[in-house]
Design a protein around this ligand. Structure first.
Ligand SMILES: [Zn+2]
Ligand SMILES: [Zn+2]
Length: 328
């Protein structure tokens, strides 16, 4: 069951034909939208936005988290609030996560981590340790989590008879470069500029000649542009504020940690991805809309791009197609 969106008018305007109700589906690149694009292709990279939000606890946009499925690898990038509920909505079992990759240690990117770790063990009966990759400080974070949940871990082993090995994790603190290479999937970490949060990373994931780049949290970053060159899909954070926002406003500092739509457009122009998408959408004081975001980006960038939503899914093959999970 899916809804099919046909691209017209220079891939900006779309007309929607409702065929059924599982996916919304669009195709970018060399458009050849047909039924075959609906099939989940094992040679493609499939990317799902589990959470496109910020620290604000709202229902429409959960905390930062992106799922990347490539071949036999199921990789999670950040574990913001609600990532587990989103995985459940798209029927991805928690124990199937082969690696968790943290961009940085701001709480909106990691508050779902204990849930993934412990509920993944309890409910999905993960039998092996969870692989966690992240910046300096990740080992300390995980050590403290282990101590904080020591009582629960003991109870689950003694009372619920869970396999203790599944309660463990393997932590690797990363530096810029190739940090993971398995089953044809390569993950490359690169430094971005989220100062004073240092280090903060973006990730490039490659598989079968295709690639997706995730910006993490960053200001306009030349290093991101360097690592994102040639990527099929670029998922970038963004922050939007009214032009009238003054430097004395307490939220001005938030804007200064992120990328404006005009700066994001500059990045998209440099990288020229087949498709660019926004995630981690910061709206200062909540005053402006997705439409404002779209307009301010399109005023500076004419290529294919979309404002991401929770449960929007991308399939990267010869083309980049979009589906939207319609779930309850
Ligand atoms: Zn951050
Ligand atoms: Zn953030």
């Amino acid at each position: 069951m899916y809804i099919y969106i046909e691209l017209v008018n220079n891939m900006r305007q779309v007309s929607i034909t409702i065929i059924s109700s599982l996916f919304v589906f669009v195709c970018f690149g060399q458009p050849k939208a047909n039924k075959d694009n609906v099939r989940v292709n094992a040679s493609s990279i499939n990317v799902t936005l589990l959470g496109t939000g910020t620290p604000q606890p709202v229902m429409e946009r959960f905390g930062a988290s992106t799922l990347v499925q490539a071949g036999s690898e199921t990789l999670l990038f950040d574990a913001g609030r609600g990532c587990l509920q989103r995985l459940r909505q798209i029927n991805v079992s928690y124990d199937k996560i082969t690696g968790l990759f943290l961009t940085h240690l701001h709480s909106d990117h990691i508050v779902g981590l204990p849930d993934l770790w412990l509920t993944g063990w309890l409910v999905s009966r993960r039998l092996i340790p969870l692989n966690v990759f992240g910046p300096t400080g990740t080992e300390e974070l995980m050590d403290h989590l282990r101590k904080a949940f020591a009582f629960d871990i003991r109870m689950r082993v003694e009372d619920d008879k869970r396999v203790e090995n599944g309660s463990k994790f393997l932590v690797k603190e990363i530096e810029e470069g190739i940090i993971y290479e398995k089953n044809g999937v390569k993950v490359i970490a690169f430094l971005v500029d989220h100062y004073p949060v240092v280090p903060a990373f973006g990730y490039r994931i490659e598989y079968n000649g295709h690639s997706v780049v995730l910006s993490g949290d960053t200001r306009y970053s030349e290093n991101l542009i360097k690592f994102a060159k040639g990527a099929d899909l670029l998922i970038h954070e963004v922050a939007i504020a009214p032009d009238t926002l003054s430097k004395s406003d307490p939220q001005y500092n938030i804007l200064m940690h992120h990328t404006t739509p005009e700066e994001a457009a500059k990045v998209f122009n440099e990288v020229q991805p087949k498709l660019a998408a926004y995630s981690h959408i910061v709206k200062i004081h909540g005053l402006l809309s997705d439409e404002d975001l779209r307009k301010r980006t399109e005023a500076n960038y004419s290529g294919p791009f979309i404002v991401g939503e929770d449960l929007m899914s991308f399939s990267i093959g010869d083309t980049v197609s979009i589906k939207k999970w319609q779930v309850k």
